[in-house]
Design a binder for this molecule. Structure first.
Ligand code: ATP
Ligand code: PRP
Length: 231
């Protein structure tokens, strides 16, 4: 059986992912020309590299169509239920770090915590005639955090695939759930993170799709061992 490792074909974690493989003694070579989205590892037979975008990698891990992937923990957790039963986070790679956070308008002076936000959500319909609207592309993480961890049920998710921080000012939503790294986009949009509003501290990870065929496969153990050794 050929093992497939999915690596980022573009974007902010592409270069660092390739460097880790190099340092791990798993040097990547492209198959065909430079524009090819297939590769292999020099001196390591039975393994192919598939170059995909970060979010496609999360999807393919969920579908079990690749054996390993390097992508953000946020994307993996967003893309599948029962994530820990379906994949193994083999190594946190130390780059691509960002927090998925709950942020509200700075002018909501008396809203500092999720409990405060729960109070706002409970009153929202009576005051405004509609539910509190949350702009996000992280549907699953938002629902788990609001409903699961904080018992907040009265809200509506407004899907936002870009410029999410602009949604409150544009009147599309009241608050947001999005990724932040330096915090400058939140600040520029007059939003603040709630004190206990960090849903996930994400970074790029080596992730394995749990498959029965991996049991006892030395290549699987070797890949994990070498990547861990490069950190
Ligand atoms: N400032 C940031 N903004 C957005 N994502 C970030 C940031 N810092 C780190 N990341 C992480 O980078 C990953 C996404 O990478 P990137 O945005 O480069 O992917 P992409 O190539 O645009 O992928 P796709 O098109 O599939 O979304 C996510 O796991 C995310 O958590
Ligand atoms: O905390 P900060 O350092 O300001 O970073 C966070 C911002 O960066 C990303 O957007 P970006 O425009 O980089 O691209 P993307 O949304 O297309 O990934 C992300 O969606 C946030 O908006």
């Amino acid at each position: 059986m050929t093992l497939t490792i999915a690596l980022p074909s573009k974007g902010r974690i592409k270069e660092a992912a390739a460097e880790i493989f190099d340092r791990a003694g798993l040097p990547l070579v492209s198959v065909g020309n430079d524009r090819s989205y297939r590769g292999r590892i020099d001196g390591f037979d039975g393994v192919e590299i598939a170059y995909l975008s970060a979010s496609e990698i999360a999807r393919e891990l969920a579908a079990g169509t690749v054996d390993f992937g390097v992508t953000g923990e946020d994307l993996v957790r967003e893309d599948m239920s029962e994530v820990d039963a379906r994949v193994e986070f083999c190594a946190r790679l130390g780059f691509g770090g960002a927090d998925v956070v709950v942020a509200v308008p700075e002018i909501w002076l008396d809203v500092e915590t999720m409990a405060d936000l729960g109070d706002v959500a409970a009153d929202f319909r009576a005051r405004h005639g509609r539910r509190l609207a949350i702009a996000t592309k992280y549907w699953r993480l938002t629902q788990q955090f609001f409903s699961g961890s904080h018992g907040i049920q009265l809200y509506r998710i407004v899907e936002s695939l870009g410029a999410t921080e602009g949604a409150p000012a544009a009147g599309q939503a009241d608050i947001i759930v999005d990724i932040t790294s330096t915090g400058s986009t939140l600040k520029a949009n007059h939003l603040k993170v709630l004190a206990d509003g960090v849903i996930l501290k994400s970074e790029a990870c080596l992730v394995r799709a749990r498959k029965a065929a991996h049991q006892g496969d030395e290549r699987v153990e070797e890949i994990v061992r070498r990547v861990r050794g490069a950190l």
